[in-house]
Each structure stands twice: as C-alpha cells, then as structure tokens.
Design a protein around this ligand. Structure first.
Ligand code: FES
Ligand code: FES
Length: 160
C-alpha cells in the first residue's frame, strides 16, 4: 500500500492508503474531517469541495494518492482562533443555507472564485458556482453571501 504525506488544515498526516481510496474518504473516514460531506459521489454536487494546494477541487474526484505532498484545507480549517472566516460569516449573516449540506462546498468554491475575481458580479458568482448544487435555497441568498464575503475579504484579505 502506498504511504502518503498530506497536510490537512495545518496538520501533517502520514497514511498508508489503497490506491483507489478517494480523497474525501481519507478526509472523512481516516482523519475525521466529517465537515466535508459526500452528496453524490459522482462529481456532480460539489458538496465535497476542498482546497488542494490553494485551488478548489471536488474531493470525491481526487484519489488520496494524488494529494501526496499537498496541502489540503477543508471547511474545518477556515476559522482562525475561533473566529469564522469572512465567507463563513457572510453565509451566516445572509441566511445562505437551509439544510446546510451544500454549504461547506459552497463556501470553499466561493473563496476560490474570489482568487480570480475579488469583486465578482452576480453573473460571475452564478457561473462560478455552477458546479455546486443546492437543493434548498434557490441560490439568491448564496449569491448575496458571496458578494458580502467578497466585500469583507477585500477589507480583511484572508484567503486561505
Ligand atoms: S460528493 Fe463530490 S461532487 Fe458530490
Ligand atoms: S442548503 Fe440544503 S442543499 Fe443547500
């Protein structure tokens, strides 16, 4: 079994993994990072989105061995010293969730979106989040939250 080393939310782990193990299962089942949910397992919903070396990926479409030597940030690694990341706070303040199942992936994808466009229009946000499905909210508050998060991040500059 290959042995991999991966840093997740600032902690380095060394794990023996089967070559077919998906990153999302490494995170959830081996490292206890259950804040990253599995919504579909077919790369459709985006609920499992995490940052891999600074870029958002659907962790159900990445093998754990592909993350060897990489830095992974999950929704659980965003808060610092008990303070929510500005994008998490924006989702909270704009009521951008109902069941919350899509929210970790939405937040991670939104942060990645701002890397390319720190001040995105509604159209850019809707296009940028196309890979993340929400069954509950109708997306309006999510778009508002990303705008609000972008504004506060523009002031705070706290991209992971
Ligand atoms: S669980 Fe990964 S995209 Fe749905
Ligand atoms: S809040 Fe329920 S799926 Fe988005």
């Amino acid at each position: 079994m290959p042995r991999i080393a991966v840093t997740v939310d600032g902690i380095r782990y060394e794990e023996d993994v089967e070559p077919r193990l998906l990153l999302v299962h490494l995170l959830r089942d081996r490292l206890g990072k259950t804040g990253t949910p599995v919504g579909c397992d077919t790369s459709n919903c985006g609920a499992c989105t995490v940052m891999l070396d600074g870029k958002s990926v659907k962790s159900c479409s990445v093998l754990a061995v592909q993350a060897d030597g990489s830095d992974v940030v999950t929704i659980e690694g965003l808060a610092t010293a008990g303070t929510m990341h500005p994008m998490q706070r924006a989702f909270h303040e704009e009521h951008a969730l109902q069941c919350g199942y899509c929210t970790p992936g939405m937040v991670m994808a939104a942060i990645d979106l701002l890397r390319e466009d720190p001040d995105p229009s509604e159209e850019t946000i809707r296009h940028g989040l196309e890979g993340n499905l929400c069954r509950c909210t109708g997306y309006c508050n999510i778009v508002r939250a990303v705008r609000r998060g972008a504004q506060s991040m523009g002031q705070a500059v706290t991209t992971p």
